[in-house]
Design a protein around this ligand. Structure first.
Ligand SMILES: NC(=O)c1ccc[n+]([C@@H]2O[C@H](COP(=O)([O-])OP(=O)(O)OC[C@H]3O[C@@H](n4cnc5c(N)ncnc54)[C@H](OP(=O)(O)O)[C@@H]3O)[C@@H](O)[C@H]2O)c1
Length: 235
């Protein structure tokens, strides 16, 4: 079950599900490239990985910067000569509000991080994942993509768009060694959840470490599932 010798890229690795997944992948032997905007959060994830005997590289980056995302693949090729795993986890909620009230700047941010950045990541990292012996890509989605609800228009629309893009890419690559899937974590403790339910006691909500092994399982060379939406299994 080892990822020894493999290179993994995890977006949104400064906290929450991304940080927990990066720690899990490193524990399984991968060298993990950690990306997000917050340097301090990336360093905290890096510290946890090193404390457990793993290794990682920090890549501070704003996913709104499409040109910078386009450079990730070529940079990884130059530095490591390969990319085996992509966990596209970064996401932003925007503001929960009626559709006519969504402000252009909030719309742009949600579309930029939840949808456009995934296109840039596929564009930039797809070729490297395609030539890896067992390339794996996992994209974090949310149930609002399939179940429209009042006030969730921007978030749900961008997750639905991302799901469509990922399923198309999966169909295009179904005859290759690459395995591409979507993962729906359910309700998980963290900043995003607190934005939705500020009054909730965080200790009543499962932590990110409950889903990180399930995401990492989809990154293993043994994984055969492809083009599927996998829902988190609650213990
Ligand atoms: N938590 C839940 O209940 C839940 C439920 C369903 C789906 N999900 C999905 O699961 C994923 C992770 O959720 P989470 O709860 O761990 O969220 P979180 O704690 O809010 O973390 C989000 C991560 O995304 C990064 N990010 C946001 N905007 C970015 C930008 N412009 N550039 C680069 N990185 C950016 C953040 O890093 P910086 O701020 O440092 O940049 C952070 O590391 C998301 O895709 C979310 O939609 C979560």
């Amino acid at each position: 079950m080892s990822l020894h010798g493999q290179i993994a890229l995890v977006t949104g690795a400064s906290r929450g599900i991304g940080a927990a997944t990066a720690i899990e992948l490193a524990a399984r032997g991968a060298h993990v490239v950690l990306t997000a905007r917050t340097q301090g959060g990336l360093e905290a994830t890096d510290d946890a990985i090193r404390a457990a005997g793993g290794s990682s590289t920090l890549l501070p980056l704003d996913l709104m910067d499409g040109e910078a995302v386009d450079c990730i693949g070529p940079s990884l090729l130059e530095r490591f000569g390969r990319l085996d795993i992509l966990v596209s986890n970064a996401g932003t909620l925007g503001k929960l509000t009626p559709a006519p009230h969504i402000l252009p700047k909030d719309w742009d941010a949600v579309v930029g991080v939840n949808l456009a950045a995934n296109w840039h990541l596929i564009r930039s990292c797809g070729p490297l994942l395609g030539i890896a012996p067992a390339g794996r890509a996992v994209f974090l989605t949310a149930r609002q993509a399939q179940a429209p609800l009042s006030f969730w228009g921007a978030y749900g629309a961008t997750k639905a768009g991302m799901e469509y893009l990922v399923r198309c890419w999966a169909d295009e690559t179904k005859t290759t060694a690459l395995r591409v899937n979507l993962f729906e974590p359910g309700i998980i403790r963290g900043k995003l959840r607190t934005q939705i339910m500020p009054g909730e006691d965080p200790q009543t909500v499962p932590g990110p470490e409950t889903v990180a092994p399930q995401i990492a399982d989809l990154c293993m060379p043994q994984t055969r599932v492809h083009g599927q939406l996998i829902e988190a299994v609650r213990g």
